[in-house]
Design a binder for this molecule. Structure first.
Ligand SMILES: NC(=O)c1ccc[n+]([C@@H]2O[C@H](COP(=O)([O-])OP(=O)(O)OC[C@H]3O[C@@H](n4cnc5c(N)ncnc54)[C@H](OP(=O)(O)O)[C@@H]3O)[C@@H](O)[C@H]2O)c1
Length: 270
């Protein structure tokens, strides 16, 4: 019965806020207020909700909501936490992979927690919350139970994890998602120069990802570095340098060295 009383406030109106609002309302947690520094942005997001009221004021002491979700960039967290004013029974929650739970402590916060969804969110792209793993952490058992309950309604996969573990998880996510995407961007630029469509590498990329999950990423590796083919590696690096792609040449060399060290730990590097 206690859970039925959950009411949420979303602080921030960016990518995560956009989807969290929809997710919370879909599991019956009403979002009563949306905060943004810009009243217009708060209004835009609030319009997507059943009943949320937009605001640009961080004094929330008069509200009856209990879950306050900070959906703001990591580097703004400490400053916002020091300015925010909350009702006495509020739980202040952030969704960052790298910020520790201790970043939420101030004189007005007693119960704090983290609800970290392992997914990349963009306003333009719909997400399926049930398929997104969620990692939770809380200041105390009661708060943990409450956050776990919300997370389990949102997602099929919920884990308790501490701040240090979450930081390492976030690093893995950056490697697997942000770095892979950056390499796709570099590849797309080269393809564009060759007047080939980006979609030409889609079958290769899809099979690479599928194979890694089929047989394991270690087993799935192929290519010149996996063969320790120093001649081809040097040829590729030289070509990149001649094309004036110095940064990409360094990147190519660094990643190739990492692959060689993984499979040939006792070999001399090129
Ligand atoms: N997006 C993802 O894929 C993703 C995935 C998992 C977790 N997260 C976590 O979710 C949190 C939010 O990320 P996001 O991607 O939603 O960020 P975002 O799209 O950049 O949106 C950030 C929001 O915070 C506001 N903001 C920025 N600085 C502020 C300040 N000093 N005071 C008050 N509001 C401020 C921005 O308002 P203005 O528009 O006025 O600048 C904007 O509404 C981060 O902790 C991130 O690590 C994100």
């Amino acid at each position: 019965m206690e859970y039925l009383k959950n009411k949420a406030v979303i602080i921030g109106a960016g990518n995560l806020a956009w989807h969290l609002l929809e997710g919370l309302e879909s599991i019956g947690v009403p979002v009563t207020t949306v905060f943004s520094r810009s009243f217009e942005k708060a209004e835009q997001l609030a319009k997507r909700s059943f009943q949320a009221v937009p605001t640009n004021n961080m004094d929330f002491t008069h509200l009856s909501a209990n879950l306050f979700f900070l959906c703001i960039p990591d580097d703004a967290l400490i400053s916002v936490v020091s300015q925010i004013r909350l009702p006495s029974k509020a739980i202040l929650i952030h969704s960052s992979g790298s910020m520790p739970i201790s970043a939420l402590q101030n004189n007005f916060t007693h119960q704090v927690g983290v609800l970290y969804p392992l997914q990349t969110f963009s306003k333009s792209h719909k997400v399926e919350w049930r398929k997104i793993p969620i990692f939770v952490e809380a200041s105390d058992e009661t708060t943990l139970e409450k956050l776990f309950h919300v997370a389990e309604q949102l997602s099929e996969e919920v884990f308790e994890i501490n701040s240090e573990e979450r930081l390492r998880l976030h690093i893995s996510a950056v490697m697997a998602s942000n770095f892979v995407n950056h390499f796709l961007y570099i590849a797309s630029k080269y393809l564009q120069e060759l007047q080939l469509p980006f979609s030409i590498i889609k079958p290769l990329v899809e099979e690479t990802i599928q194979k890694a999950f089929r047989i394991g990423a270690y087993e799935a590796q192929t290519g010149p570095a996996r063969q320790n083919d120093k001649e081809t590696l040097a040829y590729h690096i030289e070509t990149l340098l001649q094309l004036g792609q110095t940064q990409e040449a360094h990147l190519y060399e660094m990643v190739s060295k990492s692959i060689i060290r993984t499979y040939f730990p006792h070999y001399d590097l090129f």
